[in-house]
Design a protein around this ligand. Structure first.
Ligand SMILES: NC(=O)c1ccc[n+]([C@@H]2O[C@H](COP(=O)([O-])OP(=O)(O)OC[C@H]3O[C@@H](n4cnc5c(N)ncnc54)[C@H](O)[C@@H]3O)[C@@H](O)[C@H]2O)c1
Length: 240
């Protein structure tokens, strides 16, 4: 019997209440991991995963969440820094509040998520971190200067953490989804969605579960034990 080796591993997913995060939570539960998720909104329906209300922009809120997770579930093995937002507009029209909001959630939020757990992971010489980047971070996107900058930033952060963590056997990788069918993309006008779909060689948006498989692979101490500092693109051949 082959296994990804995630049974009983404690794994934290930020932004796990809906969309890609919720799909990751559900899939990791199927793999018998002990899953906790944080979000600014928590619903009761996440199949028994431990849900904690915490804002990734606030380090003290993430430190309190980390303490609660480790007290209830045990030492954390895996982190999925998934929470993210968009505030799209042409650069000339982008307000500085739109810059700050996106940078605080998508970039500073990733650092705030990882920081409280990293010392323990180094001490235990075990851990895997996955940061959710985006196709926009690698190829840029009209109306997304702020978002693309943060998603490129996630790649730089993750690659640096991979180098720092390697001697402690703590791996760090990014997943760069293409366009995925979630609330985030439902907000796009149909005309724009049709145009994007026509550009995607597989002629469709991805499903959240297709990101969950990639995340589980990178979390696995069996399947990806020598992979660190990588960016795994899941985009239906929608490359740069
Ligand atoms: N949907 C796509 O096409 C796509 C493509 C590439 C990358 N991504 C990235 O994937 C991740 C998930 O996106 P999604 O499509 O599921 O989005 P979504 O909007 O459906 O879900 C995002 C979740 O993050 C939570 N969140 C927002 N701000 C938060 C905060 N300050 N603290 C904690 N949680 C917060 C939300 O409440 C929500 O539950 C994001 O990082 C996004 O940038 C999405």
């Amino acid at each position: 019997m082959v296994s990804l080796g995630l049974e009983d591993k404690v794994i934290v997913v930020t932004g796990g209440n809906q969309g890609i995060g919720a799909a990751i939570v559900a899939f990791l539960q199927e793999l018998e991991a002990k899953v906790a998720y944080t979000d600014i909104k928590i619903s009761d329906s996440n199949n028994g995963a431990l849900g904690i209300q915490a804002d990734v922009t606030d380090l003290s809120s993430m430190e309190a969440a980390a303490a609660e997770i480790e007290e209830k579930l045990g030492p954390v093995y895996g982190i999925v820094a998934n929470a993210g937002i968009t505030r799209d507009n042409f650069f000339t029209k982008l307000e500085s509040t739109d810059w700050d909001a996106v940078i605080n959630v998508n970039l500073k939020g990733v650092a705030n998520t990882i920081k409280p757990f990293l010392g323990g992971m180094y001490e235990r010489s075990e851990g895997s971190i996955v940061g959710i980047s985006s196709i926009s971070g690698e190829r840029g996107n009209v109306g997304q200067t702020n978002y693309a900058a943060t998603k490129a930033g996630v790649i730089g952060l993750i690659k640096s953490l991979a180098r720092e963590g390697a001697r402690y056997n703590v791996r760090a990788n990014a997943v760069a989804p293409g366009f995925i069918d979630t609330e985030m993309t439902k907000a796009m006008p149909d005309k724009v969605k049709d145009k994007i779909t026509a550009e995607i060689p597989m002629r469709r948006f991805g499903k959240p579960s297709e990101i969950a498989w990639a995340v589980a692979f990178l979390l696995s101490p069996v399947a990806s034990s020598f992979i660190t500092g990588e960016v795994l693109r899941v985009n239906g051949a929608h490359h740069t």
